[in-house]
Design a protein around this ligand. Structure first.
Ligand code: HEM
Ligand SMILES: *[C@@H]1O[C@H](CO)[C@@H](O)[C@H](O)[C@H]1NC(C)=O
Ligand SMILES: CC(=O)N[C@H]1CO[C@H](CO)[C@@H](O)[C@@H]1O
Length: 319
């Protein structure tokens, strides 16, 4: 009698462990074949739309990568960055730090096709993660498997974008800020390498022109000064010479004091991170490896699990 009861207890405990282990809090909710049965062509749709969009406008690779970063750093990877403002709510995308985000129409196009193929199945947060991966790969960067199964959030508030790093931060503060999300210093430096793509506005880097003369290459300083003098805060400059190409040039520019933002150049100036800049500058394969590791971590920040969240029908609107 007792032995049987004990056996049942053991069975129950094993069952509880299995159930909790699979679905409980903290469990990895994502998997590679999450849509294998429910929407088998989801990844192919994302890839073909992204490839076409980036072929038509190569600068969109940068836009799509940055959307995923801003999504994940604010309230976790839950597509909150895609929600439109409403009369009663100013959404993340209308916060100052986000105003120059681009690529929303590409995500809309993907979502529209997927809603026809498998309605209500593929989350906008997963679309963002896959689109960022495909954009990087289209631009010549690494290709890595992206586990899926994220759920979309229902909150998007401009004030939450305070969680994004400011372009004036130094390496010590960046290490702390990324560290608080579970990133190593190497993850942070490699992820900053996302700036191998795209542009920044003068508003984001003009602080350097007057104050960082010793860590800013003189010829770059004069060309940036004339860009911003003529075009004001809305003028743009590329992060590196190959702004549509995902490569190690960003790090080699830092070595020549040709970083654009304070938060870029600080990675070479600080003894805590200079070694990694030099390594990535010398060995692009190692940069790609570290970048994809960082992206995998970033893509799993603060996920909504189980019954939390939803799968949005339109990425711009809460259901
Ligand atoms: C390390 C902290 C970071 C800071 C302080 C930062 C800041 C910025 C700023 C200020 C801009 C330019 C905005 C503008 O003036 O229009 C920018 C652009 C960009 N950021 Fe970051 N960023 C950081 C990390 C990242 C990460 C982790 C990624 C992705 C892995 C990323 C991807 C991009 C891309 C691709 C652009 C160019 C966007 C375009 O051309 O439309 N950034 N970032
Ligand atoms: C980095 O920035 C923080 C915050 O502004 C400041 O307290 C710290 O002294 C700075 N560190 C360096 C090495 O400049
Ligand atoms: C950090 C950042 O991207 N700032 C930009 C936000 O949008 C405003 C208005 O478009 C720009 O002036 C900022 O540079």
């Amino acid at each position: 009698m007792r032995a049987a009861a004990a056996k049942n207890l053991v069975r129950l405990l094993i069952l509880v462990e299995v159930v909790v282990g699979l679905a409980g809090p903290g469990a990895a909710a994502l998997s590679m074949d999450y849509y294998g049965m429910s929407c088998p062509f989801a990844e192919m749709v994302v890839m073909s739309v992204v490839n076409q969009a980036v072929m038509d406008d190569p600068t969109l690779a940068a836009g799509l990568l940055r959307l995923h970063f801003h999504d994940c750093f604010v309230q976790g990877c839950d597509a909150s960055v895609l929600i439109d403002s409403t009369p009663g709510n100013t959404a993340e995308k209308d916060a100052l730090a986000n105003k120059s985000l681009r690529g929303y129409e590409v995500i809309d196009r993907i979502k529209q096709i997927l809603e026809m193929q498998c309605p209500g199945v593929v989350s906008c947060a997963d679309i963002l993660a896959l689109a960022a991966r495909d954009a990087v790969n289209m631009a010549g960067g690494p290709y890595y498997g992206v586990p899926v199964g994220r759920r979309d959030g229902t909150r998007s508030n401009a004030a939450d974008t305070i969680a994004l790093p400011a372009p004036t931060l130094n390496a010590t503060t960046l290490i702390q800020m990324f560290g608080s999300h579970g990133f190593t210093t190497q993850d942070m430096v490699a992820l900053s390498g996302g700036h191998t793509l795209g542009v920044a506005h003068c508003a984001s880097f003009k602080n350097r022109l007057a104050t960082e003369t010793t860590t800013l290459d003189a010829s770059l300083a004069s060309s940036l000064s004339s860009t911003c003098g003529a075009g004001g805060d809305g003028a743009t400059a590329t992060f590196d010479r190959t702004s549509n190409w995902f490569d190690g040039v960003y790090f080699r520019e830092l070595q020549r004091r040709r970083g654009l933002l304070t938060s870029d150049q600080t990675l070479f100036e600080s003894p805590e991170t200079q070694r990694m800049v030099n390594m990535f500058a010398m060995n692009q394969a190692y940069f790609f490896f570290a970048f994809q590791q960082g992206m995998l971590k970033m893509g799993q920040l603060d996920l909504k699990e189980g019954t939390l969240g939803e799968v949005r029908t339109s990425c711009r609107l809460v259901n």
